[in-house]
Design a protein around this ligand. Structure first.
Ligand code: PMP
Length: 397
């Protein structure tokens, strides 16, 4: 008999499953709020003008496609470091940061997780409750036991910071703490600057290892403002991991552009750590693809394209913000207080809608959301927001 005869069907990815159902829906007024991508006001996935310009120049140059170094394009890695740590960071001047090009934020997390498993094999990994659903799976597949730390407070639709601190304080030394730098996925609830400062202090006092996931730099307040956690960690003297993703900020989802950075104690330590991380990459996919990293590097290192990109990123950020405010106002007109939606940041909101209400949104109104009540604000636009607000008001009755 077949070697696959006893293979069971794996569960469907919960979020991609929503999109499959959405695509099969023939209602014209349907809206997919279940996605994790930014759409423009026409409901279209944008191709940024800065990206288009960089791609055109690259196409004109017709570069040959040799192998990249295991760690990826040097110009890209340096541009990422400058963006994430700030180009004047003493960490960079001291050679305390290694950065490798990775296959999206997911790829960065995966390489970081595999390397951590070699570095601290017995450590436990903690993710926020709740977190991006792939965090648990990624670290479990690297061989870690994964637990959660308290984070979201359903009563305030914000962060239960006292509970979060209690969770962190209860962790054993060397525990790995996965933190969302900004625009927390799925809740939209972020820490304040002062709370970040406390988190850094606890991580230091308890000898924990921070793994900061930065998938949405520039989507909350701006490129620098969204890196506040990074600045506080930089000042701490700690060693830590950072995964970056340019899927959203460059709208380059399918090109798989991300990076893993690791902060060490010295330049000499960096060389040794990089050599080990390269072994992890070599046995996974050998070296990263060329196109996406080359485009991001070209945009970030050209003053004109960089300005254009920053303007386009600001446009995405401001459009999401406008949709948040509009949704709050429209629901207020229906007698519902959703002010928390304007406090939350990034692409997502935990709305507090129940699984049953989400089901009704789909069945009665063709509006798809995640059963946890997560909606993507970046899928709202001036043409569908009234339908969405009216529908939410209906299911709240
Ligand atoms: N981390 C978080 C918190 C995310 O939301 C995402 C993407 N949805 C990722 C990582 C992965 O990013 P990428 O698509 O670049 O792999």
């Amino acid at each position: 008999s077949s070697i696959f005869a006893a293979v069971e069907m794996a569960p469907r990815d919960p979020i991609l499953g929503i999109t499959e159902a959405f695509n099969a829906d023939s209602r014209t007024h349907k809206v997919n709020l279940g996605v994790g991508v930014y759409y423009d006001d026409n409901g279209k996935l944008p191709l940024l003008a800065a990206v288009k310009a960089a791609e055109k120049a690259r196409l004109d140059a017709m570069p040959a496609r040799g192998y990249q170094p295991i760690e990826g394009l040097a110009a890209y890695n340096q541009a990422v470091q400058n963006l994430v740590f700030g180009k004047d960071s003493p960490l960079l001047a001291n050679g305390q940061v290694i950065t490798i090009e990775a296959l999206g934020g997911t790829g960065a997390l995966k390489i970081g997780a595999d390397y951590l498993k070699r570095l601290v094999p017995g450590a436990k990994v903690y993710i926020s409750d709740p977190s991006w659903e792939n965090h648990r799976a990624l670290f479990e597949s690297a061989g870690f036991e994964v637990g959660t730390y308290a984070y979201y407070d359903a009563a305030t639709r914000g962060v239960n910071f006292a509970a979060m601190k209690a969770s962190l304080n209860a962790m054993a030394p060397n525990a790995v703490v996965v933190l969302h730098a900004c625009c927390h996925n799925p809740t939209g609830a972020d820490l304040t600057d002062a709370q970040w400062q406390e988190v850094v202090q606890i991580i230091k006092a308890k000898n924990l290892i921070a793994f900061i996931d930065m998938a949405y730099q520039g989507f909350a307040e701006g490129i620098d403002a969204d890196a506040v956690a990074l600045k506080l960690f930089a000042a701490s003297g700690l060693q830590y991991f950072v995964s970056s993703s340019f899927s959203k900020s460059f709208s380059l989802y399918g090109e798989r552009v991300g990076a893993l950075s690791i902060v060490t104690a010295s330049k000499e330590e960096s060389a040794r750590v990089l050599s080990q991380v390269k072994r992890v990459v070599r046995t996974n996919y050998s070296n990263p693809p060329t196109h996406g990293g080359a485009i991001v590097a070209a945009v970030l290192s050209s003053p004109e394209l960089r300005q254009q990109w920053e303007d386009e990123l600001a446009g995405m950020r401001e459009r999401i913000r406008a949709m948040r405010i509009a949704l709050v106002e429209k629901l207020k007109a229906h007698g519902h207080d959703f002010a928390f939606v304007a406090q939350q940041r990034g692409m997502f909101s935990y709305t507090g809608l129940t699984a049953q209400q989400v089901e009704r949104l789909k069945d009665e109104f063709g509006i798809y959301a995640v059963s946890t009540g997560r909606i993507c604000l970046a899928a709202l636009n001036t043409r569908n927001i009234d339908h969405v607000a009216d529908a939410i008001a209906q299911v709240l009755k």
